[in-house]
Ligand binder design. Structure first.
Ligand code: PLP
Length: 414
């Protein structure tokens, strides 16, 4: 390359899609903090602090609560590859794209995967899940809490009870919902839950908080072994003593990652220090605000956005009673069609610097997804987006009531 490159300078954007969202400036500042060595007392103390902070985020007493380095998908893979042994029966209730992702990952782990489905825009009744659990007797039920592809939030309390009653483990992907919707790992009998920072927690993608119940820890630890090269005389080299088969991934071997975060601090990967700082700041901010307050804030701004799009005369997709607080799927007016829908999104981005989301699978070209989450669950972000959407719709030839969106949202705030 002959010319010197300029320093990176992203355009200013208001990210109002289904995630990632604009990162809280305090999290960006934390990420700029100097690095320390991997076994520096400050590093290990920070790791311990992060474990404590995420126990509050997940609402759990689980000792094994820490971070997987990687995006949310890394957390999902770590949970499933560490729980599932080839041939294990797994049930995935699918109500959107991310249920399909759980199915695919469980299949790659060699599981005997069974799915049940409801149409996109709906959630499961406890009875439907219980009937499937009784019929299939799975070792593991894997389910998403909030599926951004449909905006639905699956109630989990009864599913946890059903799993306990039938001696199945319960895994939950809470990536899109945690911090903006109630999540109670212990009260709901969840065995493993994973998350991400880039939605309601107001951070960047790249770290996946995880929590693991004692009974899941027992199962995973039974599949663990200490890596050659770091074993000491007390570590058994023989794999015969273990209760399960070896975990098929090294990077996502939760038995080894637990040894790394635990008192032995057995070396595994090099912890992503700047992401550790980011995750700490996200959880510190949530703690300072109060989890209940953060959930109520997401409910308020999510309701304002919902009422705002209705006030513009638009229709909302799905069972609104089960919608996540932090994202709404807005039906693209028939008059626009998929190409017109893309043109409105492009106008929002090009003319106003605002990003809203497109959609996947059966909803592709039919809905926009608008998020109000994390740092962007704010009144000014909601009103600005609604004002810009009104303008972009009118420019595209859609008749919209003047000020209808902002007025309806303001009524929620009043
Ligand atoms: C519910 C859910 N699960 C998993 C993911 C995947 O997360 P990542 O892209 O951070 O790996 C997402 C991302 O949108 C999500 O919404």
């Amino acid at each position: 390359m002959s010319e010197p490159m300029e320093e990176i300078a992203p355009p200013p954007r208001l990210l109002m899609g289904p995630g990632p969202i604009g990162v809280d400036p305090r999290v960006l500042r934390a990420m700029a903090a100097p690095l320390v060595g991997q076994f520096d007392p400050f590093m290990t103390a920070t790791m311990n602090e992060v474990m404590g902070l995420y126990r509050e985020v997940f609402d759990t007493d689980n000792e094994q609560t820490f971070l997987i380095d990687g995006t949310s998908r890394a957390g999902i893979e770590a949970a499933l590859v560490s729980l599932i042994e080839p041939g294990d029966r797994v049930l995935v209730p699918v109500f959107g794209r991310f249920g399909h992702l759980l199915t695919e990952i469980a299949q790659r782990c060699g599981a005997d995967v069974h799915t049940i489905e409801v149409p996109w825009g709906e959630v499961f009744t406890p009875e439907a899940v219980e009937a499937a659990v009784e019929r299939l007797r799975p070792k593991l039920v894997a389910i998403v809490q909030g599926d951004t592809s449909t905006t639905m939030c699956q109630p989990l309390a009864d599913i946890g009870r059903i799993c306990r009653d039938h001696d199945a483990l319960l895994y939950v992907d809470a990536t899109a919902s945690i911090g903006g919707n109630t999540f109670e790992a212990d009260a709901w009998n969840i065995d493993i839950a994973t998350a991400g920072l880039q939605k309601c927690l107001g951070g960047p993608p790249g770290s996946a908080p995880i929590t693991i119940s004692p009974r899941a820890v027992d199962l995973i630890a039974g599949r663990g072994r200490v890596e050659a090269g770091i074993r000491d005389v007390n570590d058994d080299e023989d794999e015969g003593f273990r209760t399960g088969t070896r975990i098929a991934s090294n990077y996502f071997d939760l038995a080894m990652v637990m040894d790394y975060w635990g008192p032995r601090r057995l070396n595994h990967h090099t912890e992503a220090t700047s992401m550790l700082y980011a995750a700490r700041e996200c959880a510190r901010l949530l703690h300072a605000e109060g989890v209940d307050h953060a959930v109520a804030r997401h409910a308020l701004h999510g309701t304002a956005m919902l009422e705002g799009v209705l006030g513009l005369g638009l229709a909302v997709f799905g069972d609104v009673a089960h919608k996540m607080h932090n994202v709404v799927a807005v039906e693209i007016p028939d008059k626009l069609g998929p190409a017109g829908g893309d043109a409105v999104r492009a106008s929002l981005l090009d003319d106003f610097g605002i990003e809203i989301g497109t959609s996947f699978g059966p909803l592709h070209g039919k809905v926009w997804r608008i998020g109000t989450m994390g740092f962007n669950a704010r009144k000014d972000a909601v009103l600005t987006t609604l004002a810009a959407l009104e303008h972009a719709l009118r420019a595209a030839g859609v008749a919209v009531p003047a000020g209808g969106g902002v007025t309806a949202a303001q009524a929620v705030y009043a």
